[in-house]
Write a protein that binds this ligand. Structure first.
Ligand code: FE
Ligand code: ZN
Ligand code: FE
Length: 201
């Protein structure tokens, strides 16, 4: 099916949910955009909810990644994590810019999924002996986090496209690319040194 077709299907699905009492799909809260954008659509409502979720997640990661750095041993892993910490600070800023594009104040809403992933990472750190084993554990936790972000930014970018918000598309696209690159870099750190060392412990 082509992209237009699947977009239509998505809109249809959302309007079928309209009768549910869940206020996530309420119809009365959006403001009308001056440029003919669908500022009050249900898709916009979902877009905003998803933005608040990733805003919370990115801010939480600016605190979680330094803990991973502190517990890592491999210099390559430390460098990769520190580099992604800097990027994560940019991700927070970009989400704020997307809020601005849709005339909304940046608002964070606790992301239970990211909270769980971060907590799991902390448990792994506790349960693993310092060194290659803990490094391998940190990489596995960090990659689960990256995959969650990749899924979220992929969805957000698609929503922004459908909502005709080209500036938001390019901001979200930029972050999506960095999340994918971070994931690949973590894989290469694992393959190139950490896992081999952990297997020899
Ligand atoms: Fe992120
Ligand atoms: Zn990010
Ligand atoms: Fe990330």
């Amino acid at each position: 099916m082509n992209r237009k077709g699947s977009t239509f299907k998505l809109n249809l699905k959302i309007s079928n949910m309209e009768t549910r009492s869940n206020n996530r799909f309420r119809n009365d809260s959006g403001s009308e955009g001056s440029s003919g954008r669908h500022f009050s659509s249900q898709l916009m409502q979902l877009f905003e909810d998803e933005l608040r979720d990733i805003y919370w997640a990115e801010k939480a990661l600016t605190k979680a990644i330094p803990k991973m750095v502190k517990n890592a041993t491999s210099e390559e892993l430390i460098r990769t994590l520190q580099n992604h910490l800097t990027q994560t600070e940019d991700h927070v800023t970009r989400v704020e810019q997307v809020f601005e594009i849709i005339d909304q104040k940046p608002k964070a809403e606790k992301c239970e999924a990211m909270n769980g992933l971060i907590e799991e990472g902390e448990e792994i750190i506790k349960d693993c002996e310092e060194g290659a084993m803990r490094d391998a554990g940190i990489i596995s936790a960090a990659q689960k986090i990256e995959h969650y972000e990749i899924a979220t930014y992929g969805t957000l970018r698609q929503f922004a496209e459908t909502l005709n918000l080209p500036d938001a598309v390019s901001l979200l696209e930029q972050t999506l690319r960095e999340e994918k690159a971070a994931d690949e870099e973590l894989t290469s750190v694992a393959v190139s040194e950490v896992n081999m060392q952990a297997v020899n412990y």
